[in-house]
Design a binder for this molecule. Structure first.
Ligand code: GLU
Length: 311
């Protein structure tokens, strides 16, 4: 059976923007008869206790999920296997660049004229280590500098299928498969996990829209089925910057301390998505028959934290 999912990084508490994305992911999945899965993307900054608090917050809103929560940190073998497949097909190479070197190289002319579009486009890797000779690789290894593993991409653009924005074409570069600390990179892990978990519907914040072409391309290379994306608008503060905890009472715990229950917050989220009237307190299930992806607001949700506790 197919599935949708919510895949938070347990780096802190979820704020109302994250919770709204979770609600929409739940609605997309449940309204289309899919399972709804939760995956903890814990390959990066983890704050102790954050994963449990995130799950408790989802449950408090009435969002349920199917099966056990998957943790990426338990799935190293799967990532290694996918990387080995790509290495076996000569689709990966070692990269010794530091972030700074990449930044500098991206603004300089590229020595290899066959990759002119890659230079600096959309933060793309400029291909510095792509054509190192075996001797150069040996030399760099000998310096003790740790290497990352990058994909040898054969395209520089790809199109992903998005239900809200329509087909989205964006940059593909020699993305990192394994970081230089030995951990699988985000793009690789997401693609491997979504396929392994039967996920064919990916609903997430539109800050990740530009990652979709890279992920769709990588999935194809690994012979994994394509997914349909729905990148939903983010929550922004009144200065139209991405909402953050420093903006005020924006987590469920903060709002509870200010007297707003989870039921109130769900009503707020539903209203923000055009799914509830001002005096209603619907459950997630109440929203299912009203949910119409084509009627979702396409603009960012502007959040005034002061108003969250008063309205
Ligand atoms: N873990 C990512 C985040 O919290 C989301 C990744 C995804 O949904 O593909 O931003």
């Amino acid at each position: 059976m197919t599935a949708g999912r919510f895949a938070p990084s347990p780096s802190g508490d979820l704020h109302v923007g994250n919770l709204r994305t979770a609600l929409l992911a739940w609605l997309f999945a449940r309204s289309t008869g899919r399972r709804f899965l939760v995956r903890m993307e814990d390959l990066d900054r983890v704050r102790p206790g954050a994963a449990d608090r995130q799950l408790a917050d989802l449950a408090a809103l009435g969002l349920d999920w199917d099966g056990p929560v998957v943790h990426q940190s338990d799935r190293t073998d799967r990532y290694d296997a996918a990387i080995a497949t790509l290495v076996g097909r000569d689709l990966a190479y070692e990269c010794f660049c530091t972030r700074r070197e990449i930044r500098e190289a991206a603004s300089a002319p590229h020595p290899d004229p066959s990759f002119p579009q890659r230079i600096g486009a959309d933060g793309a890797y400029p291909g510095t280590c792509r054509s190192l000779t075996a001797e150069q690789v040996r030399h760099r290894r000998a310096t003790g500098r740790p290497s990352a593993l990058r994909l040898r991409a054969a395209v520089d653009r790809w199109t992903a299928d998005d239900m809200l924005t329509g087909p989205f074409t964006g940059a593909v570069d020699d993305l990192v498969l394994r970081r230089n600390d030995g951990v699988a990179a985000y793009n690789l892990a997401v693609v491997v996990d979504d396929a392994a978990q039967g996920v064919d519907q990916v609903v997430r914040g539109d800050d990740l829209l530009t990652s979709a072409p890279r992920q769709a391309y990588l999935a194809g290379l690994l012979d994994l089925p394509p997914v349909r994306y729905a990148h939903v608008p983010l929550a922004l503060n009144r200065q139209r910057q991405r909402l953050a905890k420093r903006d005020g009472a924006v987590t469920l715990a903060d709002l509870a301390a200010a007297g707003r229950s989870a039921v109130d917050v769900l009503a707020l989220l539903a209203r923000s998505a055009g799914l509830a009237g001002p005096d209603e307190h619907p459950t997630p299930a109440d929203l299912l028959p009203r949910f119409d992806p084509s009627a979702l607001p396409r603009d960012p949700w502007i959040v005034d934290p002061a108003a969250l506790v008063t309205t």
